[in-house]
Design a protein around this ligand. Structure first.
Ligand SMILES: [Zn+2]
Length: 417
C-alpha cells in the first residue's frame, strides 16, 4: 500500500518530454530490478508517462528494466526509484560520451576507406542501399534488387532477393524497424555478404531456399539517427500532436490486435501505434511485398536489439499458437548453434515475455500470411552498451546470427523445399 501512495504523488507530472534526447551529455542508463509485483506495476505506470526513455520494458519480477534519463532528470529519477524501494545500478554512466565515441570511430573509418562497405563500422542508409545495388550487380546469378516503394521522406526502400530456386520456400528477413537498433541492419547486410561471397559453399541451400532481405524497413528513422538523434526509434511522419511530436513505432503499426496491448495512442510516446493500422507508408510497402510472396514464405525473421533473445509468437499475448512446439523446438536448435560460435547465450520463449505488445510485424506475418516459423530476434548485447553496441561487436554478432539463420534455412530446405 505504501508503494501505491508514493506512486500517486510521483506520477502526476504530466505529459511527455519531446526533447528527451536533445542533450545526452551526462545522461545515464540505470538498470532497475523490480523485486515485487507492485514495483513492476509502478515501473509500467512510469513507462506510460513518457518522462524517461525506457531502453527495455518492465516485464515481471526479477526481470531488469533499463531506463535512460538526461543528466538534469537523474536526481529526480533516482529519488523516485529509491522512494518506492527499487534497487538500481548504473549500466551506462555517460550516454553522450558513448555516442561521441561511436561517431569518432565511424568518422575515422570513413576517412580511411571512404565509400567502402564493411562490418568494422556502422553505415548510413544511402551507403547500405548503394551497396545492395552493387551486390546485385556483382552477383546476378544469385541475386536481384527491387525498389518496392518510397518512405514518408522519399527514401527508396529496397528488397534484395537471394537464391536460385524457382517456386521454392522463402525466408523473409527484415530489420531496422526501430531507427536506433543499428546492429540489426548491420547483421542483415553481414548475412547477405556471407551468402553471396560464399555462394559456391551455399549452392545447395541457395538452389532450394530463397532469402528475401529488407535490412532497413524504417529508412527515415534510421537516417535520423545519423543526422540528428542517435536514439530515435520511430518513423518520421507528422502526427496531429499539439506538442509537435513525430513518428510512429514501426513495430506497433501492423494490423494485428492493433492498439490492444503494449502500445500507445499518444503521438509523443515511443510506442505510438499510429492513427490506424498501417498508417505508415513504410509498413504498407513491406506488407504489400510480403503478401505478394505469401504462398512461399515459410519463415519470417524480424531483427531487433537488444537483450539476446530468439522469441516465438505471439508478441501480443502469452497464449501460445497451436504449433508452438514446432517453433520452440527449432528455436532451441537455432540458439544452440548461435551460442556455439562465441559462447553468447540467447534465450528462447514466447515473445510476449518481453512485455506483451500488439501490432508487430512477426505476429502479423504468422497470423495473416501464415509464415509458420516467424521469430522476433533481439541481438546483442545484454545491456552493457544497449543500442550503442560498439562496432567491434558487429562481426561476432553477425557470425553467431549467421549460424542460427543457417540452422533455420537448412531446416526449411529439408522440410519444405
Ligand atoms: Zn526493435
Amino acid at each position: 500500500m505504501r508503494t501505491l501512495v508514493v506512486l500517486s504523488c510521483v506520477l502526476v507530472v504530466g505529459a511527455a518530454l519531446p526533447g528527451l534526447h536533445t542533450n545526452l551529455h551526462g545522461a545515464q542508463v540505470l538498470r532497475v530490478a523490480p523485486e515485487e509485483a507492485a514495483q513492476v506495476h509502478y515501473l509500467k505506470a512510469l513507462h506510460l508517462q513518457d518522462l524517461y526513455d525506457f531502453w527495455t520494458e518492465p516485464r515481471v519480477v526479477g526481470s531488469p528494466v533499463d531506463i535512460m534519463a538526461p543528466a538534469f532528470q537523474l536526481p529526480v529519477l533516482k529519488k523516485t526509484l529509491t522512494q518506492v524501494g527499487l534497487k538500481f545500478t548504473t549500466m551506462i554512466s555517460d550516454v553522450g560520451g558513448l555516442v561521441a565515441q561511436e561517431k569518432a570511430a565511424r568518422d575515422a573509418a570513413r576517412a580511411s576507406a571512404p565509400g567502402t562497405m564493411d562490418w568494422t563500422s556502422y553505415h548510413e542508409y544511402d551507403e547500405i542501399m548503394g551497396w545492395m545495388d552493387t551486390v546485385a550487380k556483382d552477383h546476378p546469378d544469385v541475386c536481384t534488387v527491387e525498389n518496392v516503394g518510397k518512405s514518408y521522406q522519399q527514401h527508396d526502400m529496397k528488397l534484395l532477393k537471394l537464391g536460385k530456386g524457382v517456386n521454392k520456400p522463402i525466408i523473409f528477413l527484415e530489420g531496422g524497424l526501430e531507427g536506433r537498433e543499428w546492429i540489426s541492419p548491420a547483421v542483415l547486410t553481414y548475412i547477405i555478404d556471407q551468402l553471396v561471397t560464399k555462394k559456391e559453399t551455399y549452392d545447395d541451400l541457395l538452389s532450394n531456399v530463397n532469402f528475401y532481405f529488407m535490412p532497413i524497413v524504417n529508412p527515415d528513422g534510421y537516417y535520423y539517427t545519423y543526422t540528428t538523434d542517435r536514439l530515435w526509434r520511430k518513423t518520421r511522419s507528422k502526427t496531429n500532436s499539439p506538442q509537435n511530436c513525430y513518428g510512429v513505432d514501426a513495430n506497433r503499426n501492423w494490423d494485428i490486435h492493433w492498439m490492444e496491448v503494449g502500445a500507445s495512442d499518444d503521438p509523443c510516446s515511443e510506442e505510438y501505434a499510429g492513427s490506424e493500422p498501417f498508417s505508415e507508408v513504410e509498413m504498407r510497402n513491406v506488407r504489400d511485398e510480403i503478401i505478394k510472396y505469401s504462398d512461399y514464405i515459410d519463415a519470417y525473421l524480424s531483427f531487433h536489439s537488444y537483450s539476446q533473445l530468439w522469441s516465438s509468437p505471439w508478441c501480443w499475448t502469452t497464449d501460445l499458437p497451436d504449433d508452438w512446439t514446432d517453433l520452440d523446438d527449432l528455436a532451441h536448435s537455432i540458439v544452440e548453434a548461435v551460442t556455439a560460435v562465441h559462447g553468447e547465450v540467447y534465450e528462447t520463449g514466447s515473445c510476449a515475455l518481453s512485455g506483451p505488445a500488439s501490432g508487430g510485424s512477426a505476429d502479423w506475418a504468422k497470423a495473416v500470411v501464415d509464415a509458420k516459423y516467424s521469430y522476433t530476434i533481439e541481438l546483442r548485447d545484454k545491456g552493457e552498451f544497449g543500442f550503442l553496441l560498439p562496432e567491434d561487436q558487429i562481426i561476432p554478432t553477425g557470425e553467431e546470427t549467421m549460424a542460427g539463420v543457417l540452422v533455420l534455412a537448412n531446416f526449411i530446405k529439408d522440410n519444405y523445399s
